[in-house]
Design a protein around this ligand. Structure first.
Ligand code: SF4
Length: 372
């Protein structure tokens, strides 16, 4: 823990309690940091100030970008549509392979953060015709109060919300958090306690519990991502155990993305994931009964596309993040055999393509206006 400083972005936290020894425990995530006055939690953005736990980064962002929804990745949620994406700073996991470590490890929010109120975010999403706002780049669990305020403003304006998260969240906090989300991509980083312990300082069981909660207790559309790291979580036994568990606990319709690792952060000496490994993982998942299994971070048109689980027609073709084929009717059924494809679909595919468009909130009205 480190000492915190007050600033104007501080709001009271909602999930914490006093301990008998005088410390306060933060209950937002299963790390359950125990804080003395002036200390910050491991995520750095939550701190004990004036005998309560506060969030210190409300209304602060590390940057905005409009991406295709496929980049979150979500392949069954309004395909082809643009999503206004942003993050803040800090994280509640310590993944040695983090691919966003400039943000997740940021310690000086004032240096990297710009003002982003819920109204400004909604206005920007509307100006650019975004179907959704995504909380991504770092885990929104740690800025729960801010994420919920943004999500409420989005709902009021008819804009969907997407959480990109590791699913490492406390039991009470997750009820409020996911109540305000329409979709999520949850990282299932590995399928052994040893992996979570050694590389993320976290626990597998807490993540699995979140996934079961999402499936049984919420209407959130969610997909899973597994970053496959050579020598760490790339064994056939692990792919087999993970996908059997998904079948048994979440069912066949939850899409699963096997994503390629590239050297980053504290794992610069680990090689990239061979495409063949992703293919092997996908084959095992399909053999175990999962219907929608994808590979990511590699160019593979066939394994990035969506197929009807009944007649095997290619329903949605993808070339990187660009859609090609589209064989769903207005209700999201296969046009060849009428079988429903699981997901949330508009009557027509979105047309955003694979563009990545950085935006600045304050200037967005003029920028968008100039494009019309
Ligand atoms: S959100 Fe998690 S990491 Fe952050 S202070 Fe709370 S318990 Fe600690």
């Amino acid at each position: 823990m480190t000492s915190g400083q007050g600033n104007s972005d501080v709001v009271p936290g909602r999930y914490w309690h006093h301990l008998d020894d005088g410390r306060i425990q933060c209950d937002v995530c299963p790390r359950y940091c125990k804080l003395g006055e002036g200390q910050r939690g491991l995520c750095f953005v939550r701190a004990r100030q004036n005998d309560q736990v506060v969030l210190t980064t409300w209304g602060r962002s590390s940057g905005f970008c409009i991406d295709p929804v496929e980049k979150k990745p979500l392949n069954h949620f309004l395909p082809g549509s643009p999503v206004l994406s942003f993050g803040t700073a800090g994280c509640n996991l310590t993944c040695k392979f983090c691919q966003n470590h400039e943000i997740s490890k940021a310690r000086q929010m004032d240096a990297v953060g710009s003002l982003a109120t819920p109204d400004m975010i909604v206005q920007t999403a509307q100006q650019w015709g975004c179907s959704a706002v995504a909380f991504t780049y770092n885990d929104p669990v740690i800025f729960l109060e801010y994420a919920v305020d943004v999500a409420k403003a989005c709902r009021a304006a008819g804009i969907k919300t997407i959480a990109v998260t590791a699913g490492y969240i406390g039991r009470e906090a997750r009820v409020e958090f996911f109540r305000h989300m329409d979709a999520a991509n949850v990282d299932l980083k590995g399928f052994t306690e040893a992996f979570y312990h050694k590389l993320c300082s976290a626990h597998l069981e807490d993540v699995l519990e979140t996934l079961v909660y999402l499936k049984r207790e919420t209407g959130v559309w969610f997909e899973l991502t597994n970053l496959v790291i050579p020598g760490e979580n790339d064994g056939d036994d692990e792919f087999d155990a993970m996908t059997r568990w998904i079948m048994d606990h979440l069912g066949p319709d939850v899409p699963l993305h096997f994503s390629a690792f590239h050297p980053d952060w504290k794992m610069m000496d680990t090689p990239r994931t061979p495409a063949a490994t992703l293919g092997r993982a996908r084959d095992i998942a399909l053999k175990n009964g999962l219907r929608y299994v994808y590979v990511g971070n590699v160019h593979d048109h066939a394994a990035s596309s969506t197929y009807c689980h009944h007649c095997h027609t290619r329903l949605i073709g993808r070339d990187w993040y660009e859609l090609s084929d589209w064989k769903l009717d207005e209700q999201g059924n296969c046009t060849e055999c009428g079988t429903a494809c699981a997901g949330v679909f508009a009557s027509q595919p979105g047309q955003w393509g694979r563009k990545r468009q950085p935006v600045r909130l304050q200037a967005s009205r003029n920028v968008a206006g100039n494009q019309r």
